[in-house]
Design a protein around this ligand. Sequence first.
Ligand code: PEP
Ligand code: MG
Length: 702
Amino acid sequence: MSWNGKRAVDYRRIEKIPDDWGTAVNVQSMVFGNMGDDSATGVAFTRNPGNGDNHFYGEYLINAQGEDVVAGIRTPAPINENSANDQSRNLATLESAFPECYKQLFGYQRALEKHYRDMQDIEFTIEKGKLFMLQCRVGKRNGVAAVRMAVDMYKEKLIDANAAIMRVGPNQLVELLLPMIDPKAESATSPIAKGLPAGPGGSKGRAVFSSKDAVAWAERGEKVILVREETSPEDVDGMHKAQAILTAKGGMTSHAALVARGWGKCCIVGCADIEIADDNKSFVTKKGLTIKEGEWITLNGTKGLVYQGSLGLVDIDLATNTTYRDLMTLVDKVRLLKIRTNADSPKDAKKAIEFGAEGIGLFRTEHMFYGEGSDKPLFLLRKMIMSKTLDERKAALAELFPFVKNDIKATMEAMAGRPVTIRLLDPPLHEFVPHAADKLQALASDLHIDGAELKKRADGLRENNPMLGHRGVRLGITYPEITEMQVRAILEAAGEILKAGKEAYPEIMIPVTCTVAEINDQKVIVDRVYKEVCEKVGLKKIPFMYGTMIEIPRAALTANKMATTAEFFSFGTNDLTQMGFGFSRDDIGSFLPDYLTKKTLPADPFQTIDQEGIGELIKIGIERGRSVRPKLKVGICGEHGGDADSVKFCHRVGMNYVSCSPFRVPIARLAAAQAAVEDVLAKKSAAKKPAKAKKPAAKKRK
Ligand code: PEP
Ligand code: MG
C-alpha cells in the first residue's frame, strides 16, 4: 500500500507525521483532460504560493492528464498573464484559449477562498470544453507567502488577528530570515543559468546528481546541492539533506517545487539552460560550461539564478520588510511571554534587539575566552588557573578583571537598560588548558613555569566526568575569589553606566546549583562586593537581581528552598535534560538515531523539551519556587528556548520569559503568541460547554 512505500515513510519522518494515522480514499467518477485540443487539465492557487501575491495563479496543459502537470515532463502553460514566467511566456494562457471556462474557474476560486477563508489549491479538468472541479484543499505555501497572505487576509477582513497569527508556522519564519547571496558578490558575476524561482533565499553547495549521493555526502558533513533532471517522491530524503535543489525540468507546481516550498528550501526548477550528462556526473550550460560533481555552485532561489562557485551569503534586512513587521505587531500584542536572547557580545546583542529581543537571558561569561581578540584574557585566565597559591591566583584575577568588566559593560551598554542575565564562570577549568604538548610547553615558558611542573598541575585538573565535575558554582565554592572578581566586574560595569546617566540592569546568575546552601554561600560574597562597589562608584544603589540556574533535578525538587534566596530561576534545560535522562549531551549522537528509528523516543530531547519527564521537573520547580516567592521570575535559557513547541510549553507552565539565540527570537515571539491564542481558543470552546467558575483574564508577564 502507498502508505508503507519508502517515499511515504520518508515523508512522514521528515514532517513528523505519526505512522498510525492511516490514509483516506475518495472515489470519484473520472473525467478526461486528454480527449483532444478542446480538453485540458491544470493546478491553480487562489493566491501565488511562492510570494503571497493576491492574484489567481496556476498552470495547465492542453490535452493532458493531471499527472502530466505535476510530473514536470511538459512545460505547462500559464492560466493567465500573472502566472507567466520566462519559460511559459510564449504559451497561450487558459484565459485566452478557454475564455468561458476560465471565467467560470475564476468565479469558483473566489468563492472557495471566501468560504474556506484561506488560500486554496485547486485541481481542474476541462473535458471537451466543459469545466470540472476535481478537488480543492488548503494550499501549501512558503514562509514569505504565508506571512504575506496572513497579513493581507487580516487587512481584507477575511480573517481576524488570532487567525492571522495561527496561519504562519513558526518554522516558516525561518525562511524570512534566510540568507541571500551577498548583492555585491552577485552583481560582480553573471549567472550561468536561469530557471524558475521555486524556493526563496540564497544557498550554496557542491553539485551532486543523485538523491543517494546527496544523503551520503551530507552525512559526511558536505554541503550539497541536489541537481536532477526532475525529482520524484523517491528523492525526498536527498532533497531534505541537500542545501538546495536544482532541476532541469518541471514547473512551479512540479514535485520538486511543491516539496521545497513546503520545507522552505531554496529551490530552482525548470532550468532549461542546463543539460545533465548521461553518466549523471556533470551538467553543461547553454554556453558550454561544464560543472562536474563536487564543484561548488550557488543558487538565488528568489530569482531563479544559478552561479558557478561559492558566493558569499548575507542575512536579509528585516527592518524594511513591512509585511513581516505587520505580522510581528499582531504577535507582540497578544503574547504574554517576554522573549530574551542568549548573547555574549555587543554585536549579537544588537542583532537580537533588531529581531525583537527584550533582554539577555544568558550571557555566558566564558565566551570572552574564545574566538577573536581573546588571546590576552585567555592567557590571564590560564595564568589564574595554573596559580599555585592564593596570592598568585588573586594577582592573576586582578589582571583579568578589566577585561571581564569591559566585556560585560559593552554588552550591557548595547542592551540599553534591558535586563542582562550574566552567568558566572561555568565550565570545568581544565577546558581552558591547552591539550597538545607543544602548546602546553609554550604556555609554561610564557608563564615562566617549568614544563614538567605545569603538566603536573594541568593533569591534576583532569576529571573522569567533567560535566558532573568541578564546574559551575562548585568553582565559586572552592575559589571564592573567582566569584568576587566577576561580581565586582558586573556591578562596577553597571555602576559606571548608571553614573554616566544611562541605564543598566544586571542579573547575577549562579550556574549548576543543587542546594540552597551553595546559593547562600555565594550571596555573602555578592552582598559584600555590592557595598564596596556602591561606595567606590558613589551610588546609593545599583539595581540588580540575584538568582540561579535550575539545571540539576535536585535543584528543581528543592525549588522551595532555592527560592528563599534566589530572586529568579532560569531553567538550563540542556543540563537538566542531560541530568534528568542521564544522557550525555555530547555523546547522545551515537545512539539517538536508533532511539528515533525505533521510536523509543518520540524526538531528540535536546531539541524539544521532553514534556512528560523534564517538563514535569520544570513544573515542580516553578510551583515549589513560587510557593515561597510568589513573584519569582522564571525563564529558560537552554537551547529549547528557540524551539516552538518548547516555547508553547513554557507559556503553559507560566514562565515569564524564554531566551534563545538571536536568530530564533522572531520564531519564539510567534510561538509565544500562538500559545496565547491557543489558550483563548481553548477557553472559547470550554465556554460552549456547561459553565464553570470564571478565570480572571490573563495579564502581561513581567
Ligand atoms: C543549559 O544547561 O541549559 C545552559 C544554558 O547552560 P550550558 O548550555 O552553557 O551548559
Ligand atoms: Mg548548563
